[in-house]
Design a protein around this ligand. Structure first.
Ligand code: 8YV
Length: 312
């Protein structure tokens, strides 16, 4: 079989590029100096796309790929792919679920601990030599506190299980009540009012854009902390900065941002914000497993086999 031509919409790691190059003819749209020229040359032949969770495949681009059959996303979040359009046009979409659940949940727990115990600040305190002048200020315990999970999917559940082991109580908000023992809140603001930690673990995209807004942050209140390992779009970042600056909430632990990797200076300057560079799934083990799924989905599709992890 001739190697299928595919378009790359994001920079991808070598351990993914090697098998992609072995099985496909790869055209690097992301790095192409003249994207128009690339499309004019190969657009009509492109049968597949490989992209990361954070990248976007605009409909305007897909409309110029008449032979497109499949988009394989290197990430569990596929909000960058226009899934409704793909369904209508018979384009398959795949993602990389399950293999990253533990790492992303671990990152959420790390952010809960970093914010509750002020660990990043404590590290800076010691390195600055301040310990010789006195002890580091007391922080806050997790035991008995309420974690309100926004989006109880695979990752949300893994976070809940881990935080229960830390002695926390668990509640959740989502589209519907689930068969779990944790308390369900139909209203996000009501859950935020009760919660000590509000943890975003829901999908990104239009349906959840700015779900966590000024009203929700006010409900979370001065003893509450926001954690986001989902997508930057879920939180109104301007409202969050204002809430952190005014002490409307106690702190925030964020792995994702609205316009990453650009972080607003005002957010960088917030003392009570712990900021990570989108590393939720960033381990050798997990990223290799994710890469395996990207390759397997493309290979299965082009060989006419069922897709291992299809979105549509
Ligand atoms: C990755 C992610 O950062 O899975 C997702 O949705 O956002 C992350 O795991 C990304 O997709 C890897 O490039």
């Amino acid at each position: 079989m001739e190697k299928p031509p595919i378009l790359l919409l994001a920079p991808l790691p070598d351990f993914l590029m090697e098998p992609l190059l072995a099985a496909n003819v790869c055209h690097d749209y992301f790095r192409a100096a003249d994207k128009e020229a690339l499309l004019a040359e190969v657009g009509s032949q492109i049968r597949g796309i490989a992209m990361s969770g954070g990248s976007v495949a605009p409909v305007a681009l897909l409309e110029r790929l008449p032979a497109l059959e499949i988009i394989s996303v290197f990430g569990v979040g596929y909000d960058g792919a226009p899934v409704d359009w793909c369904r209508e046009h018979g384009v398959r979409v795949t993602n990389t679920p399950d293999v990253l659940t533990d790492d992303v949940a671990d990152t959420a727990v790390a952010l809960v601990l970093m914010t509750s115990r002020n660990l990043a600040m404590a590290n800076r305190f010691l390195h600055a030599g301040s310990w010789t002048q006195g002890p580091f200020p007391l922080a806050h315990a997790l035991r008995g506190k309420l974690a309100g999970i926004v989006g109880l999917g695979r990752i949300g559940k893994a976070i809940a299980q881990r935080l229960e082991a830390h002695g926390m109580r668990i509640a959740y908000h989502g589209r519907s009540r689930q068969a779990v023992a944790w308390d369900f809140f139909e209203s996000l603001a009501d859950m935020a009012r009760e919660a000590d930690f509000l943890i975003a673990a829901c999908p990104g995209g239009a349906a959840t854009k700015h779900l966590i807004n000024r009203e929700v942050l006010e409900a979370l209140g001065a003893e509450g902390t926001l954690i986001n390992i989902a997508r930057g779009s879920v939180v109104d970042e301007t409202a969050l900065v204002a809430a952190l600056q005014a002490g409307v909430i106690r702190g925030a632990g964020l792995d994702v941002f609205e316009n990453e990797p650009q972080i607003p200076t005002e957010l960088m300057e917030c003392r009570h914000a712990v900021l990570l560079p989108h590393i939720g799934s960033a381990t050798h083990e997990t990223r290799r497993a994710m890469a395996g799924l990207v390759v397997e989905n493309l290979a299965a599709h082009f060989a006419g086999r069922p897709l291992p992890t299809a979105v549509c």
